[in-house]
Design a protein around this ligand. Sequence first.
Ligand code: SAH
Length: 215
Amino acid sequence: MSTPAHRARQVLALRSAGITDTSALSAIENVPRELFVPDAFRDRAYEDTALPIGYGQTLSQPLVVATMIQGLGLVGREKLLEVGTGSGYHAAILSNLCRRVYTIERHRPLLADAEARFDALGVNNVVTRAGDGMNGWPEQAPFDRISVTAASDTPPQHLLDQLKIGGIMIMPVGGQSRLQQLVRFTRKEEGFESEVLMDVRFVPLLPGVAEAADA
Ligand code: SAH
C-alpha cells in the first residue's frame, strides 16, 4: 500500500529522528519506495526497516539512507559516484540532489531492474555500469561525492583516490561479524578527515562481478 500520505508520514518520522536537511527530505518524499521493493514487501515499503531485494542484498533502512544523503551536504552541482546500485532507490533520490550520478552494481539482474525503474520514473541523470565498484570509475574521476552502500573493513584506496580535494565520501566501515559504522571521509589538501555518523549494518562490499549462480 502506498499513497503520498505514506510518504509524508515517512518524512515526518525522519524529521523526528533528527534529519533536518529540507532538500534531502523532499527528495526522499518524491521517490516512491514501494516501486523499489519486490511485490511481496510492498505493504512494508514505508516501514523504517531494511528490505530484501533479491540476490541476498537489501534496500537500506530509510533513516540510514537519509543520514547518508544529509551527510553528503549536496547543493545540486555535484558529480557523484555510488557503489552498490541495488534496487536503485538511493540513486533515484540522489539524482534529484546532484548534477549527475554514476552508479555501479556487481549483480547484473539487479542493475537491469534498477535501470527499468529509472526509465519508468523519468530519471535521466543517472549513468549505470555493471562492475566492481571497488575500482571506482576511473574514466569519470574525480568525483565531488562518493556514496558506498556496502561495508568493508577499510575504505578502498581507489575510491579515496577518485575523490576531489574538498570532496566527501560516506561508507559503512566494518566487518560482517562485528559493528559497522557509517563514516564520512573529507579529502583535505593533505590526507583525509574522518567522522563517525552512526552505527549501521550493511551487506559486504565484494570484489568482482557476480556470476549468474551467485545468491
Ligand atoms: N543503494 C542500494 C542498496 C544496496 S545493497 C539501494 O538503494 O537499493 C548493496 C549493494 O552493493 C548490493 O546490491 C551489492 O550487490 C552491491 N555491491 C557489493 N559489492 C559491490 C562492488 N564491489 N561493486 C558494486 N556493487 C557492489
